[in-house]
Ligand binder design. Structure first.
Ligand code: R5P
Length: 307
């Protein structure tokens, strides 16, 4: 089936990379705001029988959601057989439980909104903690790709004798996958979060790895408090200055500066969210995820496509 890529505002660079891997065209699309701040969208290309991959990374997500819904509808109006959202960073995965009565469990609500607009989802290392798989909450086929091979290759080329450190229990999934790729040791710490900007991380036991360079790996760097606390512990222990790797560099407020001040030797992220720290290109991995999702989107499988 023919494919096309549609970039939501701010996603042109990643969409170009993805389109190259998929050997697809980026379709011209106009987005603008009416004077009253409602959104205008026009897809300026015939999409007949194509699968249209909408590229929209979802950091600072709220203003990005309606344009996705409108772009999906516009692509269908131009004949798209299916519309798949490629969200290199997927938002609203962390509030996966109500800690207090009355809290919205946004990790359940948000997928319903997205799932009502698109036929499939491709993303990278979403924050799966108490939710086992994306398809437990997304009502459409959803492919979870992994940055681990790309991160491992980057570290392997640039850091001698690394020891990987995950700052909390959830990070075990990311840190162990990266460490496994290059047969390096790893450990995961324990974190207590008392508020958005109030976290405590346990002290790592690096007795067996004193001469190795710590590489902290986490899925998200948001306020960077998690990484800052981990870096401070490592500096107190007298290890070489750590390298900080985030799959998704959200960098709220002055997070990057705080992390540098804490003593990070280097801060590196993948290009799921455009940021000066991007050093690891994961577009090829997401493109493979696009191929994979098409095997599961009903209207794209051979039987349905023929009808
Ligand atoms: C949540 O547990 C995630 O894995 C990250 O550790 C968290 O989102 C990082 O947030 P922050 O940078 O605000 O500490």
């Amino acid at each position: 089936m023919k494919r096309a890529v549609l970039a939501l505002p701010g996603n042109a660079a990643f969409a170009e990379l993805l389109a190259e891997h998929l050997e697809a065209a980026v379709i011209p699309t106009e987005f603008r705001a009416f004077p009253d701040q409602e959104t205008y969208v026009r897809v300026d290309a015939d999409c007949t029988d194509r699968v249209v991959f909408l590229v929209a990374t979802l950091d600072r997500p709220d203003p990005k959601v309606l344009p996705i819904v409108f772009a999906a509808a516009a692509a269908r109006s131009r004949g798209a057989r299916a519309v798949v959202l490629v969200a290199p960073y997927l938002a609203y995965m962390r509030q996966d439980i109500a800690f207090l009565p009355g809290e919205a469990i946004t990790a359940q609500v948000f997928p319903q909104i997205i799932g009502s607009a698109v036929d499939g989802l491709v993303t990278m290392d979403p924050h799966l903690h108490r939710i086992a798989t994306l398809e437990d909450v997304y009502p459409v086929p959803a492919v979870n790709t992994h940055a681990a091979p790309a991160i491992a290759a980057w570290v392997h080329e640039r850091v001698n004798d690394p020891v990987f450190v995950g700052p909390d229990v959830e990070s075990t999934q990311w840190v162990s996958a990266v460490a496994r790729e290059i047969a390096a040791p790893y450990m995961a710490l324990e974190k207590v979060r008392r508020g958005d900007r109030d976290v405590e991380v346990s002290i790592p036991d690096l007795a067996a790895h004193r001469d190795r360079t710590p590489v902290i790996v986490d899925d998200i760097i948001s306020t960077a408090h998690t990484m800052v606390h981990t870096v401070r512990h490592l500096r107190t222990l007298g290890t070489p200055a750590p390298v900080c790797v985030g799959v998704h560099g959200v960098f709220a407020d002055d997070a990057e500066r705080a992390l540098r001040q804490a003593g990070a030797a280097q801060i590196v992220t993948t290009n799921t969210i455009a940021h000066p720290t991007n050093a690891i290109d994961v577009s090829a991995i997401l493109a493979a995820g696009c191929d994979e999702v098409l095997e599961r989107v009903a209207c794209c499988t051979p039987d349905r496509a023929a009808t």
